[in-house]
Ligand binder design. Structure first.
Ligand SMILES: *Cc1c(COP(=O)(O)O)cnc(C)c1O
Length: 428
């Protein structure tokens, strides 16, 4: 499917074609583990990557491939790999780039689970992360050393209504010859296409807005196809003969598709973080309405944020879509269709009032998730950020008086009425 189609068309048609066997219009759920080879030559050609086809569903599956193609089209990439979760996608994005002793330079404003993954877990692979304030471009550049293999940030980071200056960061990445990896989960390709701002790889938790209704755990890595993996000698898994795939040199042999093929042929084969066809089906269904949902998410978030900001029971609202946000100007350039639907606000009355607020809401669900059709709330200080010291909580934008909202696509008036009655109880 070509770039000639608009986003709204691609979200329904990209990657999907009538089923060759039955003519089925919707993408079938190919609930199969293996695929019959036509003959021994066909099998050999598939294993040699000389012919594209299906071997075993840990590697590829037609339903999952349709989703990969669709997300690649929406992000403007050349290829994509679907994974079992957003966290799997992050490991899969780093895997072809890293070896023991390598590091990444990462934003110090990342999803809490990612901070954990990058701080402790990747050390088991001999990798590490240096966290820096990505608004300080000199600090980003200074953190890069000869073992750095990528710069990592999120388009819209929560909590705190922070928006990354992707153009400035990709300029730094270009200057130091490294790929920029952008987690675009909270913006989605409808609000921001990081590749157009210079990103090399885009990662997603499909668990959130792509599926959109809290039914699936999944992830995707999209490759722009724009990075020269052979230029610096820093990415031997892609530029040199790869012992893990009988000596195939992926970048010399496959060019712009090197990262995607490496991720399937070695990453999925050996790490096994594969998305299942049923999950891919739900995500395909979700993406068909992505633009409609995001328009409504953004409109609702703006209305709720404006109402909260004007309320005397509220201390502050950190939503980049508000004129008062320090990131309001940046949003107009990075996410021109809106600042997403995720923000925090401060409740007068601190910890006790926040806990009471969460318990008094009727429509908002108290869950550790975001990007659902239904509106969600969490009080980070008593849940996700509970283990942090009080100082670290405040630094993370998750002080005792802060609650985070993920605004859904219900009626905005109903959401405001629910917040109004719960704030009345909480601050009485
Ligand atoms: C949820 C989330 C992740 C992790 O995704 P899972 O699907 O839960 O593994 C990563 N980054 C961001 C921004 C997220 O919101």
């Amino acid at each position: 499917m070509t770039d000639a189609y608009a986003f709204e068309t691609l979200q329904i048609h990209a990657g999907a074609r009538p089923d060759p066997a039955t003519g089925a219009r919707q993408v079938p759920i190919y609930q199969t583990t293996a695929y019959v080879f036509r003959d021994a030559d066909h099998a050999a050609a598939l294993f040699n990557l000389q012919e594209v086809g299906y071997i075993y569903s840990r590697l590829t599956n037609p339903t999952v491939s349709a989703l990969a193609e669709r997300v690649a089209a929406l992000e403007g990439g050349v290829g994509a790999v679907c994974c079992s979760s957003g966290h799997a996608a992050q490991i899969m994005a780093l895997f072809p780039l890293m070896s023991p002793g390598c590091n990444i330079v990462a934003s110090n404003r990342l999803y809490g689970g990612t901070v954990q993954q990058f701080t402790n877990t990747i050390r088991k692979f001999g990798w590490s992360a240096k966290f820096v304030d990505t608004d300080d471009l000199a600090a980003v550049e200074a953190a890069v050393d000869e073992n750095t293999r990528a710069i990592f940030c999120e388009t819209i980071a929560n909590p705190g209504g922070y928006v990354s200056d992707l153009d400035a960061l990709s300029a730094v990445a270009n200057r130091v010859g490294l790929p920029l990896i952008v987690d675009n989960t909270t913006a989605t390709p409808f609000l921001c296409r990081p590749i157009e701002h210079g990103a090399t790889l885009v990662v997603h938790s499909a668990t959130k807005y792509l599926t959109g209704n809290g039914t699936v755990t999944g992830g995707v890595v999209v490759d722009s196809g724009n990075f020269d993996w052979s230029a610096s000698g820093k990415f031997p898994s892609l530029s040199e003969p790869e012992p893990a795939y009988h000596g195939l040199a992926f970048h010399p042999a496959l060019g712009a598709m090197a990262f995607t093929f490496h991720s399937i042929a070695i990453g999925l084969r050996d790490l096994g973080m594969t998305m299942n066809p049923q999950g891919a089906h739900y995500t395909l269904m979700g993406i068909e309405t992505l633009s409609l949902r995001m328009e409504r998410h953004v409109a609702n978030a703006k209305r709720v944020a404006e109402w909260l900001e004007a309320d005397p029971r509220v201390d502050f609202v950190t939503y980049a879509g508000l004129a008062s946000s320090p990131y309001n100007g940046r949003v107009a350039h990075i996410c021109p269709k809106g600042a997403g639907a995720l923000f925090t606000f401060g409740v007068k009355g601190g910890y006790e009032a926040c806990v009471k607020l969460v318990d008094s809401l009727k429509l908002f669900s108290h869950v550790a998730n975001l990007g659902d059709t239904r509106s969600l709330i969490i009080h980070p200080a008593s849940t996700t950020h509970r283990q942090l010291s009080p100082e670290a909580q405040v630094l993370a934008g998750a002080g005792p008086n802060v609650v985070r909202l993920s605004i859904g696509i219900e009626d905005a008036g109903d959401l405001i009425a629910d917040l109004d009655q719960a704030l009345a109880t909480a601050t009485a």
